[in-house]
Write a protein that binds this ligand. Sequence first.
Ligand code: ASP
Ligand code: MG
Length: 311
Amino acid sequence: MKVLKFGGTSVGTIGSLRNVKRIVESIGEPAIVVVSALGGLTDRLIATARMAAVGEGDITAEIDAMEKRHSDIIESLVATDRRDAVMASVGKYIAEMRDVYKGISLIRDLPEKTLDVIVSFGERMSSVIVANILGDARHCDSLDFIKTEKWFNKNIADRTLTDDLIRKSFGSKLEHTMVCGGFISRDRDTGEITNLGRGGSDYTAALIAAALDADLLEIWTDVDGFMTSDPRIIPEARVIPRMSFIESMELCSFGAKVIYPPTIYPVFHKNIPIKILNTNNPDAQGTLIDDSVQEMEENVRGVSSLRQISM
Ligand code: ASP
Ligand code: MG
């Protein structure tokens, strides 16, 4: 069984969602699909919350635009017999969102946990939509099985509880393809909505893959794979066809933006390979990350960089 994660750009437009549908439906057996919020939406949700907290800008217009973006996708890609139900689910989230934004505007304050509720709407909406675009797929709610605990001021995954709940939620054999939102979680003690940090959908997918002993974790993104360097800085950058878990951890921890760094650990531990693939170029070979050590002529696998760091 495979776990596939599609990032924001993969679920951000009607065109890329058509590719997602093609990719998932061609697998030929049930899989688990983890999705990000529509590309750019998380940033927009946060920016709108900050505007509400200082009493600036037209919050209603912002929410209307976000609603329209989702409903346009539903109109174009969800089959007519399911469309009203999906519109209603997304409409409920939008209504809830309006209330939360209203609350922020009234109290002119943005507590951390309110922001966590705001950003959760992105993945909650995208996952319901994608589940209804794919043939024969079911939606499942990550808030039911991804649990965090407070660690100083941070929310970190409670691995033991989360593993256990993932196994209980998905059972030993998948009957259908299951679609869930990445990134979002609940605090195991308070039940409040939390998240795994920006870029955390990759980590959700890795937690699921590790708990279920998946055969493969596929990270579908908008580049052809792990590159030898950042192509925006080094135009000659090439895709690295294969590398080890350790090499990918090094590159990710030191600035490569392909995968959220904590992602690699849970699957590395279970020796589950990761593939980095391009939703808009699905035939490209991508990058395979596993426990093998590749011989190479060059002495360096890749170069990454971190900006604005002082040590
Ligand atoms: N939507 C979240 C973010 O933009 C999580 C993710 O995409 O991985 O950070
Ligand atoms: Mg990402």
